[in-house]
Design a protein around this ligand. Sequence first.
Ligand code: SAM
Ligand code: SF4
Length: 427
Amino acid sequence: MNVADSEVVAAILSKAGFKVTPDIAEAGLILINTCSIRENAEQRIWSRLRSIKHLKKQRKDLKIGLIGCMAERLKEKVLETDQLVDLVVGPDAYRELPGLVTEAESGHKAVNVLLSREETYADISPVRMDKNGITSFVSIMRGCNNMCAYCVVPYVRGAERSRDPESILSEISILFDSGYREVTLLGQNVDSYNREIDGRETGFPELLEKAAQISPLMRIRFSTSHPKDLSDELLKTISRYNNICKHIHLPAQSGSTRILKLMNREYTREWYMDRIAAIRSIIPDCAVSTDMITGFCTETEDEHKASLSLMEWAGFDFAYMFKYSERPGTRAARKLKDNITDDIKTARLNEMISLQNRLSLKSKKSDIGRIFEVLVEGPSKRSDDHLSGRTSQNKVVVFPGKEKKIGDYVMVKIERCTSATLIGNVI
Ligand code: SAM
Ligand code: SF4
């Protein structure tokens, strides 16, 4: 999401005459796009700021800005405690950047962290900063209304708003005409996408269907689905189109109904299992990945085991796993005690990671001998004689081949695997 936002920022500043440079020493303006989701994401930003301090000594007119969620969360505090930062701009104020840079250039500290109920940057054509020219992100909504107890997103990115569907579809068409072959539609809860224009509502299944109809050669992915809102209608839409990728990222967060209630996730373990069963029956070849949190407030050893047993039952193909990190101002920080020690959180996380490694390997092994359609994204990282791409199920495949195939679809027979990669040959 931050990559997509940085592309919007680059577009706004390009229009005002700025250019992106790959050489940090050449930059007259450095903007650091930040994340507040966990404390270590913020720690990384403080160390990034320290690592660019010397540039300001070398170049007196250099301006440094902190943008995104951390700017929103820490506001003036950043300016007070860090002399290095000249601009602080929240995620809904990027249109004001050119004016704010001018203000900073005149020697004032420039701040705009106002959140909006309408801003979706719908009319802005992002300047693509990805490297392969084949896969891209398209933001379809901003903010979140869910208020999960642990999560800072609703506070730093504001209320949920859906972008005009026509602007989304036109952005995808332009990407297709420029050679892109895959887009990932982005939102914190894509299943609740809903935009009413002239009395007519468009929901996520309809948006997804229209996106898929742009071209059968354009793959459509999306992230993130919320288990409470994942409908059978959406699953049926996915199953009808070959180019809607057969992969759903469905964060469970916990396998314990008591912890899910404390997290305010609005579903139970049984509801989550029912949604997985629905995916398996409507889209039999669908990969499923998840997010899990270990050591949330008051989590017992048995509740941790319930998370592990849910993962084992679901057989996730992939998972992002995190230690609970208390975020100031959230409901959990205000109402619950962060009473699980770091040692226990770490031990539970390690146990979960080793389980997921086993599940990921099992999922890859079951693909050996099968043939997959792979969209070629570029040379493989390890060898110039190999190409790398992904299956519809979002699994990375490496195979011998030359660069001219980038952007093509090829059929690859899987010969072997590691826990992260499938290895095969074009047939
Ligand atoms: N909107 C998505 C959802 O509901 O699943 C994702 C939101 S968040 C950007 C990505 C993941 O970060 C979450 O799914 C959750 O697992 C994790 N996360 C969020 N807040 C956290 C916290 N305070 N501590 C640890 N992990 C957290
Ligand atoms: Fe955060 Fe929950 Fe919204 Fe996801 S759905 S962004 S976890 S509040």
